[in-house]
Design a protein around this ligand. Sequence first.
Ligand code: 9MR
Length: 402
Amino acid sequence: MRDPRAWSRRDFLGHAAIASASLALLNGCGPKRSSGSGYRLPGVDVSGPHSLKAHAMDARMLFGFAVNTQKLRDDAAYRALVEQQCSIIVAENAMKWHALRPAIDQFSFADADALVEFAARRHIRLRGHNLCWHEALPEWFAKQVTAVNARQLLRDHIRTVAGRYSGRIHSWDVVNEAIEIRDGRPDGLRNTPWLQMIGTDYIEMAFRVARDADPSALLTYNEYGIEQETQEAAMKRAAVLLMLRRLKQRNVPLDAVGIQSHLQAQPANGYGPGLQRFVQDCREIGLEVFITELDVNDRTLPSDVETRDIGVANRYRSYLDLLLPERNVTAVLTWGVSDAGTWLNQGKDRAREDGLPQRPLLFDGQLRAKPAFVGVRDAFDARHQAGALRGTPPSQKPLPKL
Ligand code: 9MR
């Protein structure tokens, strides 16, 4: 049976003004070009009280994008959209080791500093991504880091970076993607350079140092591949939860879990009760949950843009409908601002067979709202209207002052 909340083309055209306008546009039969400034979107208002940050706020949530710091500096339209839609942002790349560490004994903070200033001036909250990961490591890393200096290096990095922005970060992804079942360890830990050189306690150490360096940031463990109802994802969820429980038992400072949420438009086994249960389990150990990197891979959808955009929009809506009733889910960020520049169009393994670029986000390459915008907006409204959320709020630390 058709999900009553899923949209068909007719629903769009007949019902939602926003959706019908953007659909018509995307279909090439939409409104005329206005002189000079690209397309106008009659009936579509995504500003002020109609923005996602406003709808999210009504639902007592934060909404935002992963941003490209260069575009934020150079592209006024991009910047305006970020200001209009976001109550929280995160750097897609600018705070990774690769960006911050030109050499083992050097830091380069220009882009990260500019982002922190941008967010503070506009009262947009900022996530830090990330302090410890096995990817995006600089070239010198493999040559110069050994079991002798790794612990000190990681400690110094976290002290320096989290310390520099102390009091200005909503939440830090302290450790990113530390579980990999396929690596075959009984504890499920990924066999990363950090694990190999420091040992399993690198995770605990990273969180403790982060808390000392920035006592007001919510310290987050961020993970992917835990969303679907597959056996593989269920095993990964179980391993993540076990690790989080053990950390909590040892009084490791840990406040939140990031569920990355790189979704498939047509996942093999869908998204469902396993993930919902995971969020509830997180709540039981006192953790907030952030949806940190939301996007929808449209590889398996047909070429037709209209069909694809509706499929993507419906995935956003049904996924958020699954998770937003949980009270400890407090923020949603998409991984990118618009379809232009999405990581899903980098790299062959993610390419569509028809060669067309993917359209995984809420705004198209010209920064026009897509049906997915409506999907996310309506999911926030559903949470707001439902009123009663499941569970009591986790013990929340006050948000950092801006
Ligand atoms: O989108 C990011 C891409 O531009 C970078 O090249 C890549 C490596 O640093 O990281 C991508 O973002 C990843 C994020 O940091 C962690 N979760 C998975 C994201 C997509 O690969």
